[in-house]
Design a protein around this ligand. Sequence first.
Ligand code: RIB
Ligand code: CA
Length: 309
Amino acid sequence: MSSTTDRIDIWVDCDPGIDDAVMLACVAASSDRLQLHGVSSVAGNLPSDVVTKNVLRLADFLGLPQVPLARGAVRPLVRPAQDAAAVHGAMGLGEVVLPVSTRALEPEPAVVAMQRAIAALPEGRRMTLVPTGPLTNIALLLRVYPQVADRIDRIVLMGGSTVGGNVTPYAEFNVWGDPEAAAMVLGSGLPIVMCGLDVTLKCGLTREQLRGLLEDENPRRAMLGRMLSFYTPVDAEWRYGVCVIHDAATILYLTNPELFSGVTCDIEVDCGDGRRGETRVVPGGDVLRLNDVDMAGFQEALLGQLARL
Ligand code: RIB
Ligand code: CA
């Protein structure tokens, strides 16, 4: 068992959502490399009540450590919430209904719980934030508690694209969902690793590997296989012959960074209405935009982590 000093301290902010569920499974399987300090929900794939219930139930189902679980923003900063129920199903996990959770939500909202966890880190340690939904909670954290920036090591986010969108021709869903929040986070000056469609379209499993999960005797892996079998990526997301599991790229980047490559830049976010949510490269160096991955290595590492569930 690794000591806590050499593990990466993380807080996950998500909108489960099927690929968020696989991402959380990777967190559960990587406790030797990652120290989870909390999980928060954000309205995105589904409304807040659904994603928050899924955070609670996935924490039990996957055996996540007993850490704070908190409800975050119930809608974007400015715009109305628009969900992706067509992709993830009305209850967010395809046709899977997990058992009622034994876990309780924190009484405070996500920004308070996140700030408290970051402030409680031992001297010299800093938090890696891992948002895999719209960036509403992260933007609010930075505005409500600006001093927390000194204790944030990196933000490893799933979002954005410079290769076209998946919710419009220009925009990736998480950034499109709350472009104002994305602009605030990507423009914060904090070190950011952007796992956008540039790389996540290559991060997935083949149909045969999905079938293997579905037929697995392990109930957790079989359930993830059922979720993924429902997951209806748009045609464009089969571009590289794999069922993309966007959000898992954030965790695999943390556990296996050698699989990925990217370029540093800054990113501007279009907050207009014509090309809402488009993310464009501009000169700068705060953002590591991942643009390639060893696809076979990703699959081996992901399946290796799921094998530890
Ligand atoms: O565009 C893909 C992203 O949008 C993923 O995080 C998926 O879960 C949805 O939130
Ligand atoms: Ca997500």
